[in-house]
Design a protein. Sequence first.
Length: 94
Amino acid sequence: MIFSKKLTNQIHSAWLYGGAAAAAEVLKAACDKVKSGRIKLICKVAVVTGIASFIYKIREAASKKQCFAIRAQFVGTSTPIVWGEVRKKSCQSK
């Protein structure tokens, strides 16, 4: 799931001015707009596990004017394994 540059910057700004709770609220609001079941699950796992685990990658992406992405690997029917990364090449423009 690739976040736009705008959303990456919104999450980073919320974290700077309001802390992890504010960043989590921005992420949660974005997740609520998602319609796809698997992507919504990945997004909810990211919110539940805590934005703090992703904030350094989000900060890196925002400072480089790139996008942040949450990657997930589904193993069986259990909860997906989720990690964050900075997208260097492919990025949504919105």
